[in-house]
Design a protein around this ligand. Structure first.
Ligand code: NAP
Length: 244
């Protein structure tokens, strides 16, 4: 695929580490003007050191108003990747209200908040925008000790479809990518234990977890005009896990 995002202003959330960080670097390589947002400034600073063309924004997405102000400052945005996420894991009977609220605030409510501002501006400017939400295989399949996370990703898929339905008329496409396990900091949290990871690997027809680059490729495709007739889909990047 020949991809060039020259002239495009692209916001990536959760860009301090993991999938979002590699995505930000890739989009900058494709000549996009990248805005990398996440919570911890120290990670963002190392990203800036790696590619000085990337603008960094340190915001706690749990804070609705601070997030809105930060996003309004960087408008216009042509492409948006809602990638930031948290995973609070544990038995259903032990998880707390605090963990529930944090997960829903970061994984779901922040997507609603940011996308509302950015798509509103896209509509005013009459541009063909593209939004990609990073969901998970956990939106469809229940995973042990992942009840809040699964619920949040189920909400991400439905929000994605609802946004696609209402924003399609303005030529704004909205899709999600739904990866299996990727060995980032978050992936290690749930799957470092070889016993647990083997039981998951046994359910993946391709017999391995996803590489960060494989998730980035899917996001780039959905952002780009190469997917110009695709909206409202949840694209598994899961080695066939959801096919079984
Ligand atoms: P990660 O390495 O833990 O990175 C998560 C990013 O989100 C970090 O940059 C983090 O900021 C940011 N973030 C978290 N809470 C935030 C907040 N309150 N405000 C601002 N930024 C916040 O995770 P990852 O594996 O790359 O995950 C990226 C996305 O992929 C998530 O939506 C996740 O649910 C999804 N996903 C991951 C896997 C997996 O196995 N890894 C599988 C399926 C889907 P800091 O840098 O400041 O910590």
């Amino acid at each position: 695929m020949n991809i060039c995002f020259e002239g495009k202003r692209i916001l990536v959330t959760g860009a301090g580490q993991g999938i979002g960080r590699d995505l930000a670097l890739r989009l900058a390589k494709y000549k996009g003007k990248v805005f990398a947002l996440s919570k911890r400034l120290e990670f963002l600073k190392t990203l800036k050191n790696e590619d000085s063309t990337i603008e960094i924004i340190s915001v706690d997405l749990v804070d609705w108003n601070t997030t809105r102000t930060a996003i309004e400052k960087i408008l216009p945005i042509d492409m948006l990747v809602n990638n930031a996420g948290v995973a609070c894991l544990g038995p259903f009977l032990k998880l707390s209200e605090k963990q529930f609220d944090l997960t829903m605030n970061v994984n779901v409510k922040a997507i609603f908040n940011i996308s509302q501002i950015i798509s509103g501006d896209m509509i005013e400017r009459k541009i063909h925008g593209s939004i990609v939400n990073v969901s998970s295989q956990a939106s469809v399949a229940a995973l042990k000790d992942h009840s809040i996370y699964c619920a949040s990703k189920g909400a991400v898929d439905m929000l994605t479809k609802s946004m696609a339905l209402e924003l399609g008329v303005y030529n704004i496409r909205v899709n999600s990518v739904n990866p299996t396990v990727v060995m980032t900091a978050m992936g290690r949290l749930g799957w470092d234990d070889p016993k647990k990871s083997q039981s998951m690997l046994d359910k993946i027809p391709l017999g391995r977890f996803a590489e960060v680059d494989e998730v980035v490729d899917a996001i780039v495709y959905l952002l780009s005009d190469r997917s110009s007739m695709i909206t409202g889909v949840a694209l598994p990047v899961d080695g066939g896990f959801l096919a079984t």
